[in-house]
Design a protein around this ligand. Structure first.
Ligand SMILES: [Zn+2]
Length: 107
C-alpha cells in the first residue's frame, strides 16, 4: 500500500519517476521531431537516397529512445516495468504508474 512505504522507498520511487519522465519526454520529442523531419525532407528535395537515409537514421534514433523507455525498471520490484510502450502497470508486480506518481507528489 502507498501509505506503508518507507522514506527510502519514497526516495527510490522519486528517482525512478524522474528517470521515467525523462525517458518518456525524450520519446515524445523524438516522435514530434520525426514529423518535423518528414516535412523538412519533403521541402529540401535532397534526392531519394539522402531522404531515405535521413528517415532510416531517425527511425533508428527513435527506436533507441523507445527501447530505453521500455528498459525502465519498476521501483517496487526492480524488474523491467513493461516490454511495451505506454503500459500503465508493472508486468511483474502490478504497480501502476499512477501509484508511483502519487507517492512522488506526496510530502
Ligand atoms: Zn513491479
Amino acid at each position: 500500500m502507498p501509505g506503508e512505504i518507507s522514506p527510502q522507498d519514497v526516495e527510490r520511487y522519486r528517482r525512478a519517476w524522474h528517470s521515467y519522465v525523462a525517458r518518456r519526454n525524450l520519446v515524445v520529442v523524438l516522435f514530434l521531431s520525426f514529423v518535423l523531419l518528414g516535412f523538412m525532407v519533403a521541402r529540401l528535395k535532397l534526392g531519394e537516397v539522402k531522404d531515405f537515409a535521413m528517415l532510416v537514421g531517425w527511425i533508428c534514433v527513435y527506436l533507441a529512445g523507445a527501447w530505453w523507455l521500455t528498459e525502465w525498471r519498476c521501483p517496487r520490484c526492480g524488474k523491467i516495468f513493461a516490454n511495451r510502450l505506454w503500459t500503465q502497470r508493472c508486468i511483474s508486480c502490478g504497480l501502476s504508474k499512477d501509484e508511483v506518481a502519487v507517492v512522488v507528489r506526496r510530502k
